[in-house]
Design a protein around this ligand. Structure first.
Ligand code: 13P
Length: 287
């Protein structure tokens, strides 16, 4: 079922677990993630960056591909198609194309402008039952051309944005997209707790899920994180499995290059990664 992320995250916050957002890049990734969610009876959020959306031939193609797969694969767990780090224009386009959830990342604007633009996106999304994620305090690192400075969010600004009527809030707490550097200081739990105190029942989102140690993930969930985004780890798993298959010369066996065979180990690697994360986040059997 293609649904907004609202209800699954309200349930996750109350049940003290987190729903995984796994970013998709093509048909194989989407299929791997949907099948894993179904096999583990877990709700799931498919993240689509603007770059990945373009790569997959636009937001409408993405929505139709996901809807088609839900139907053809018999997926009955709740699935949200969510714009990841959407620009103001990108969020509007995703809403028009039928996404069930959007992130408007206004963290690069001054707080006043972030508020004004977030309000507009909320009004548009609400009229169609689409959930909205907003961001305060840029997430560090680079993701698909979107570069964030790795700030720690101001809990008072978080409250201002949370009160606008969003469904989930991403707040920078020292998290970074991609691999963490060896000298990373870890997540700032003090600030996370302050944000949770100020925003109450608002589901909080942890970006940069790749490489955060399991104990920190669990602590973050205990402090109100209800959605965790993972992208790089699936990419690494997919690349390693594909590389191994090609290095072993298996792509040359038989009748030549068959993408269904060459990409199959990568699909299995994504499935294993997603299952491991669902176990860690506690979302298994929560559909
Ligand atoms: P990672 O690539 O670090 O897993 O982060 C994903 C993410 O936060 C998507 O918004």
């Amino acid at each position: 079922m293609l649904v907004s992320a609202k209800e699954m995250l309200v349930k996750a916050k109350a049940g003290k677990y987190a729903v995984g957002q796994f970013n998709i890049n093509n048909l194989e990734w989407t299929k791997a993630i949907l099948l894993t969610a179904q096999e583990n009876n877990s709700p799931v959020i498919l993240g689509v960056s603007e770059g990945a959306g373009k790569y997959m031939c636009g937001f409408t193609t993405v929505v139709n591909m996901v809807k088609g797969m839900i139907d053809e694969l018999g997926i009955t767990v709740p699935v949200a198609v969510h714009l990841d780090h959407g620009s103001y224009e990108g969020a509007k386009k995703a809403i028009a194309a039928g996404f069930s959830s959007v992130m408007f990342d206004g963290s690069k604007y001054e707080i006043e402008e972030n508020i004004e633009k977030t309000k507009e996106i909320i009004a548009l999304a609400n009229s169609k039952g689409i959930s909205v994620e907003a961001e305060v305090g840029a997430i560090g690192g680079e993701e698909d051309g979107v570069v964030g400075g790795g700030e720690v969010a101001d809990p008072d600004e978080c409250k201002l944005i949370a009160d606008l009527g969003i469904d989930m809030l991403a707040a920078g707490i020292g998290n970074i997209h991609g691999k963490y550097p060896a000298n990373w200081q870890g997540l700032n739990f003090e600030v996370l707790d302050q944000i949770q105190q100020k925003t109450g029942i608002m589901p909080l989102v942890l970006h940069g899920g790749t490489g955060i140690p399991a104990d920190m993930i669990k602590k973050a969930i205990s402090l109100g994180v209800s959605k965790i985004n993972v992208n790089t780890e699936c990419q690494l798993a997919f690349a390693a499995a594909t590389r191994k298959y090609i290095e072993e010369g298996k792509d040359l066996e038989g009748k030549g290059f068959d993408p269904r065979k060459v990409l199959a180990p990568g699909v299995e690697a994504i499935k294993a990664t997603v299952k491991e994360k669902m176990e860690l986040f506690g979302s298994i059997n929560k559909a």
